[in-house]
Every structure is written in structure tokens, then in C-alpha cells.
Design a protein around this ligand. Structure first.
Ligand code: MF3
Ligand code: CO
Length: 266
């Protein structure tokens, strides 16, 4: 069942989402060669707690950390560890933020030092896919309009699709109904009512379709070792369109402006 959220509840989720946006900005200062993903986890957890929030991933289904940090061929759910980041790496940071029973979910992928032109494109395009999919949202949008937008763009740029992990409803729990895959699916004819809150999260592979999970039981990696990027926002479906809850309202206008012509940033 999809739990619709009231305007008031959406504001509670936005409070969490703005904390995540501030965290992502703060982390830019630390995304340098030599830092470990464990240090990034510690820095993020301290930031979240100091602001009066809680990391919602920690302890969720036994997850040990406050963030997921997925490096290079790691797609999602990378476990923070003593690995030192080096120039040329890309690192996806995914964070759930909770306060008084409300949760936001968002992710960004950062470049460390100098990354290759193809990886730069992968990051810019994956972020574009996220926003172009969000811009399809309005009251009674079909899930496949969102999912299909991401699938078509993935194919257009000859990237690989991740099948086993999806966007999802969010707000009271980390994962709620409905599923929002990054490809069309039979259940995707379902229409979303105003008050539905979803995390949209394209995970885009440079190489082949698919993924597998490492022996640690968490880290999802590409089949061929090619890099993968991940961007995610929590978004509410509204009467008139969409409301992105994990972006600082001051930044929103310029971001939407950037994508208003419907073209992928290259
Ligand atoms: N944003 C992640 C997802 O939707 C949530 C991971 S929860 C964790 O898959 F516990 F696995 F980290
Ligand atoms: Co998510």
C-alpha cells in the first residue's frame, strides 16, 4: 500500500532532505585524495547528529554505517572502510536522514581529483537523467513515465541498466511502496496520486547491464568492473507537479533552469 503524506508531513521530510543537501555541500570539502570512506562516514554521522537528526541507514537490516560509499565499479551499498580515495576515483555517497519518524533519502556521486572525460560525462549524464525523470512527475503520472525516461536515456547513451535495485517510496521508512525501477516494468502502469513521496535513483553503468553482490553481503558491483554512477532525490508528487525535498530551496531554481530545455547536460 502507498501511504500518502499530508502537506505537514512533507515539510517534515523536507527538513531531513535539507539536512542531506547541506551535508552533500559540506562533504565537498573532504572529497580529496587520501581520505578514507570510513572517515567520510564519521564526518557525515557527526554532521547529521550535530544538526539534530539521525542517520536512518545505521542498523537498518543490520547495515553498520551512516552512509553508503560506493567507489568506482561499486554501484550502491558500498560499506565505509579504510580504503583511501585516490585521484581518478568516483564515489557515490548515499544517505538517509531521519527526524521524529520522518525520513529522506538522497545520493550524489563525487569525483576525486582528476577523473577521465568519460567518467565526467557519466556523472553529468546520470544527474541529468535524475532531473529529466523528476520533471515528468505530476498528479497521476504513471510510474513507467518516470522509469521509462531513465531507461530510454540509459540506452540512448549506451550505458548499462541495473535491474535488481530500484527507487522506492520513502518518508516513514527507508523503503516503502511503490518501487520505481530505472526501466519500464509491467507494474509500472500504476498512477501516483498527490502526496506520494518517492526516492528516484538512477544507477547507471558505463558498461554492461546487471550487477552482483560481493561476499560482504552489501556491496553491489558491476559485472565487468566498469564504473557506475548514482544520483538520488526524494520527491513529492503534488497537485501541480513535483516538489524536490532533498535540495536546498535556494539552489532549486538554478538546477531546474539547467534542465528546463529537457536536454542532457554533456
Ligand atoms: N538508499 C538506499 C537504497 O535505497 C538505502 C540503503 S539502506 C542501507 O537502497 F541500509 F542499505 F544502507
Ligand atoms: Co534509495
Amino acid at each position: 500500500m502507498i501511504h500518502l503524506k499530508s502537506k505537514d508531513e512533507i515539510e517534515r521530510i523536507r527538513e531531513c532532505g535539507i539536512c542531506s543537501a547541506e551535508l552533500f555541500k559540506y562533504l565537498e570539502n573532504y572529497m580529496k585524495e587520501g581520505i578514507t570512506t570510513k572517515e567520510l562516514d564519521r564526518i557525515s554521522e557527526d554532521f547529521i547528529i550535530k544538526k539534530g537528526f539521525k542517520p536512518s541507514f545505521k542498523g537498518y537490516m543490520g547495515y553498520p554505517s551512516s552512509i553508503c560509499a560506493s567507489v568506482n565499479e561499486e554501484i550502491i551499498h558500498g560499506l565505509p572502510c579504510s580504503r583511501k580515495l585516490k585521484s581518478g576515483d568516483i564515489v557515490g555517497i548515499d544517505v538517509g536522514i531521519q527526524k521524529k519518524g520522518y525520513i529522506s533519502d538522497s545520493a550524489r556521486t563525487y569525483a576525486i581529483g582528476n577523473i577521465s572525460p568519460n567518467h565526467k560525462k557519466l556523472l553529468k549524464r546520470t544527474e541529468s537523467f535524475l532531473y529529466l525523470a523528476i520533471m515528468k512527475i505530476k498528479a497521476m503520472v504513471e510510474i513507467n513515465d518516470i522509469s521509462g525516461t531513465i531507461e530510454d536515456l540509459t540506452r540512448k547513451y549506451k550505458y548499462g541498466v541495473v535491474y535488481d535495485y530500484c527507487g522506492h517510496g520513502v518518508g516513514y521508512k527507508n523503503h516503502e511502496e511503490p518501487e520505481i525501477p530505472n526501466y519500464r516494468f509491467p507494474g509500472g502502469k500504476r498512477k501516483l496520486k498527490p502526496g506520494t513521496v518517492i526516492a528516484i535513483e538512477p544507477m547507471i553503468n558505463m558498461g554492461e547491464d546487471g550487477q552482483f553482490v560481493l561476499d560482504d553481503g552489501w556491496t553491489v558491483v558491476t559485472v565487468d568492473g566498469e564504473y557506475s554512477a548514482h544520483f538520488e532525490n526524494t520527491v513529492a508528487v503534488t497537485e501541480n507537479g513535483y516538489d524536490i525535498l532533498t535540495i536546498n530551496p535556494d539552489d532549486l531554481k538554478s538546477i531546474l533552469q539547467k534542465y528546463s530545455n529537457g536536454v542532457v547536460e554533456d
